[in-house]
Design a protein. Structure first.
Length: 116
């Protein structure tokens, strides 16, 4: 269970790093405030990536197999990235995305309940 939680956290941190990177280079405006805040977003992106790798290596160490940690991390990254896109950038999400997400969650569940 510790590996699962750490993998979810590392995937979430990876998605958050991507969000910060997108905000850092987004063409929001050329106003002075926008230019001054970009280094903050870049710093947050680097910090999230560094912490993500720290947590991810802990997840790999705690996991019975690397595949479980990697798959859980990737699923969390995918889902959280899509949620950020939907709620932060107002990007559309079609029904196929929801269906795909269900399959991803089912697959991760099978990884974690299967016997080694």
């Amino acid at each position: 269970m510790k590996s699962f939680s750490l993998s979810l956290l590392s995937g979430t941190l990876a998605a958050t790093a991507s969000l910060c990177g997108k905000l850092a280079v987004a063409d929001l405006s050329v106003q002075a405030e926008s230019v001054q805040i970009r280094p903050l977003w870049l710093g947050l992106m680097i910090a999230c990536n560094a912490f993500m790798w720290f947590v991810f290596t802990k997840a790999l160490s705690a996991s019975k197999t690397a595949l479980r940690a990697v798959a859980t991390n990737a699923a969390a990254n995918f889902i959280v990235s899509a949620l950020y896109g939907r709620f932060v950038f107002n990007e559309p999400v079609n029904p196929y995305w929801y269906l795909g997400t269900v399959f991803i969650v089912l697959g991760i569940t099978l990884f974690h309940i299967s016997k080694d």
